[in-house]
Design a protein around this ligand. Structure first.
Ligand code: SF4
Ligand code: SF4
Length: 96
């Protein structure tokens, strides 16, 4: 499932560049290369690639990042993957 992405423009990751100190921890820990450091500040390189894992938020020393954990979107990704594999989904919990 390495190539799965969220639906575009629904991710909740936010960056407050005004408090970013440019340490680069977010870009080091992000598994999807969402960030780069430009001119001493973090910038989004591919915001829609975020999987809302929270690793960048946990490692930011100045709370410049926020994200809402993406349980719903993770479910959507799994559902799509099962559909592509022809595996019936039987969660029965009303989840997306
Ligand atoms: S929440 Fe995870 S995937 Fe999203 S930007 Fe942060 S480290 Fe990357
Ligand atoms: S971890 Fe926080 S302070 Fe460091 S570069 Fe990323 S957003 Fe900026």
């Amino acid at each position: 499932m390495e190539h799965f992405r969220y639906v575009d423009k629904v991710v909740t990751i936010e960056l407050d560049a005004s408090v970013c100190v440019g340490c680069g921890f977010c870009s080091q820990v992000c598994p999807h290369a969402v960030f780069a450091i430009r001119k001493g500040k973090a910038v989004f390189m591919d915001r829609d690639a975020c999987i809302e894992c929270g690793a960048c938020v946990r490692n930011c020393p100045v709370e410049a990042l926020t994200v809402t954990p993406g349980v719903g979107c993770a479910s959507l990704m799994i559902k799509r993957w099962l559909h592509e594999k022809g595996i019936p989904l039987r969660l029965g919990n009303g989840c997306c």
